[in-house]
Design a protein around this ligand. Structure first.
Ligand code: FE2
Length: 628
């Protein structure tokens, strides 16, 4: 039998479909069954699995389960799924039943992974930025992956649908492709060959020159990036992921797959390190092991809650599509094009596909699969692969909608940009005119379905309302001549008014907007309004939850800007430009509670420490629509 490499992960779920994602090292004849938890005999679903071979040892599967006939799945009832595979002798075996890697210990009678479809959102989890070797700001519990808190919350409220979180939004930087610790690259390089069956090569130019990443010494990739493309801006690119297999290996680890990091100095030397930084290696390895120590919790969490994802830049490379100049440099040669294509194809396979499977037709999937299985660096298939991945003409290839209450729109703020006031070298507007028109049209279509005054949930990796102190710091740095890339100047500031206009001046009336975002490596909550030209206001609550595992940007200065007191690095609440706002740079998972009108009423920032220590409170920010 083939081995499961990661998953099952529960993906898009609504009253018409349930989607379960899985990765394996060989073919698997899969079947999904769906049950209401109090009747584990009657299967209420029809299984429709799809498997895609992406390499000799890598298959990704999406098992779609549709309701029988014209039925709809019941809302507000605990549902369970079973994932089975057919063995060579024709018999079936379950991958999920009583599998304690994906069900909660002591399951209280629930022997299968479970979830529910809510009639309206009550408690939603969200978070961003999971860097395994991050130097985090406080010791102890804070060093583990705070996404694992989600598993604790589900286990605690397993059967209590009023309290159990209904969905998890991962708002970007699920992996850091450009900022990779040496032990992790060593692992990825080894795994990559197993998955793909060969040492992938990256084309450099039309003359046939190529880069073979497996031949570059650990810690030596920044030089190769500079040599072969001037677009890369990451300051941490010594171990940048380059091949599809390397991206895939990192996702498998991030989603709870097995992690095996080379241990000894000798092994380290065998991986062709350029330096003798054995102690840096040891520290990074220790941090990464701590991060991955919760990997079983991550597997259980992802199997037991519908998970929605969107990229930020680090899934592909730092500052991805930062501005027009960046794009021209990066996409100007074969090397940059292929690396970005590999990153995006991996995003599709591991994140994008399950968000909205209907968006990706056979042709799209075959272009990726055919190219990766051809093991060809150049030629028609390879060109088609690059062109498809880098095609930015479709406004909603990566953005998607969810028929939830509130109505959810997950925005793509990376591939649909346009130049802002600073021209080709300045900060971009995060959504161009086509993307804004698309947003306006989906809001209007939704109004036809729901009538006026419906609540909206927007998911934007980058916060729409910036944190004033940090943005001021960026302004100063910018005036001092630092580049947009150097100061991470990517925000809605350029284009904020256009977004506000899109929402308030469309022909539809939105009752209130909740925004979930990540990106910035500190968490904050703010209540404000979108205003239209006539002066009427739409309440907006923006809940930023970041990071799950990382430290604030700007080093010492950034860290201190987030401090109120001189003492320990604590949570705090203080007004920012007239609005109440809670800020913390501790690593946390956001838990957002919605009120009955579909507007966010509270954000609780949960950490492993707050869940396990009676002396430690979660930071809670509670508010009403007037910002009080
Ligand atoms: Fe990040």
């Amino acid at each position: 039998m083939s081995d499961v490499l990661a998953g099952p992960i529960l993906r898009r779920v609504d009253f018409n479909q349930v989607n379960i994602w899985l990765a394996s090292n060989g073919p698997l004849d899969l079947k999904g069954e769906l049950y209401v938890s109090d009747d584990l005999v009657t299967n209420i679903g029809v299984s429709n699995p799809r498997s895609v071979k992406l390499g000799d040892g890598l298959y990704v599967h999406l098992v779609r389960i549709f309701p029988v006939g014209d039925a709809k799945y019941p809302k507000d009832k605990l549902l369970c799924y079973d994932l089975k595979f057919t063995k060579a002798d024709g018999s079936e075996e379950s991958l999920t039943r009583d599998n304690h890697d994906v069900i909660f210990a002591g399951g209280r009678g629930v022997h299968l992974p479970s979830f529910f479809i809510p009639s309206s959102f009550k408690n939603v989890l969200h978070g961003s930025c999971r860097k395994p070797h991050a130097k985090q700001s406080v010791k102890g519990w804070n060093k583990v992956d705070q996404l694992s808190c989600g598993a604790d919350l589900i286990e605690k409220h397993l059967l209590d649908l009023n309290e159990r979180p209904v969905a998890l939004f991962l708002t970007g930087d699920q992996i850091y492709a450009d900022d990779v610790a040496m032990p992790l690259l060593a692992m990825s390089m080894k795994k990559s060959k197993e998955l793909m069956g060969w040492d992938e090569r990256i084309p450099v130019d039309a003359n046939g020159s190529e880069v073979i990443p497996a031949k570059i010494k650990l810690g030596g990739r920044a030089r190769d990036l500079k040599l072969n493309n001037h677009g890369f801006t990451s300051g941490e690119s010594d171990n940048h992921l380059l091949t599809f297999g390397e991206f895939a290996s990192m996702y498998l680890a991030a989603f709870g797959g097995e992690v095996s990091l080379p241990t000894s100095r000798e092994e380290f030397a065998n991986m062709h390190s350029t330096s003798n930084g054995a102690s840096a290696y040891r520290w990074d390895r220790e941090r990464a092991l701590k991060f991955f120590s919760t990997r079983t919790d991550i597997r259980r969490l992802l199997a037991n809650i519908p998970v929605y994802m969107i990229f930020d830049d680090h899934e592909v490379t730092d500052d991805w599509n930062l501005n027009i100049n960046w794009e021209e440099k990066m996409y100007g040669n074969a090397f940059g094009r292929r690396v970005i294509s590999n990153g995006l194809a991996a995003y599709w396979a591991f994140q994008g596909w399950g968000n909205d499977p209907d968006k990706f037709d056979d042709h799209f999937i075959e272009i990726i699969s055919n190219h990766l299985n051809s093991k060809e660096v150049r030629g028609a298939g390879a060109n088609e692969f690059d062109e498809k991945m880098l095609d930015q003409s479709s406004v909603d290839r990566w953005a998607y909608l969810l028929p939830t209450d509130p109505f959810t729109v997950v925005l793509d703020t990376r591939t649909q940009r346009e130049a802002g006031s600073g021209g080709n070298s300045g900060a971009c507007c995060l959504m161009n005119q086509n993307a804004r028109q698309w947003l306006q049209s989906v809001l209007e279509q939704e109004q036809q379905r729901r009538g006026e005054n419906y609540p909206l949930l927007l998911v934007s990796a980058t916060p729409v309302f910036g944190f004033a102190r940090m943005e001021r710091l960026q302004e100063i740095a910018s005036r001092l001549g630092l580049s947009v890339a150097a100061i991470d100047k990517e925000s809605w500031k350029e284009g904020f008014h256009q977004l506000q206009y899109t929402i308030t001046e469309s022909s539809c009336v939105i009752d209130a907007v909740t925004i979930l975002s990540g990106d910035v490596h500190y968490s904050f909550s703010v209540v404000d309004n979108f205003c239209n030209a006539a002066g009427s206001k739409t309440p907006v609550a923006q809940l930023t939850s970041s990071p799950l595992s990382n430290s604030p940007a700007g080093g010492f200065v950034g860290k201190n800007l987030l401090k109120v007191n001189k003492g320990e690095f604590p949570e705090m609440v203080r007004p920012i430009e007239g609005h109440k706002c809670a800020v913390t740079s501790l690593n946390q998972l956001g838990l957002v509670a919605f009120d009955q009108s579909g507007f966010a009423a509270k954000q609780v920032l949960v950490s492993k420490k707050s869940l396990t220590s009676a002396a430690e409170n979660s930071l809670t920010y509670q508010f009403d629509r007037d910002g009080g």
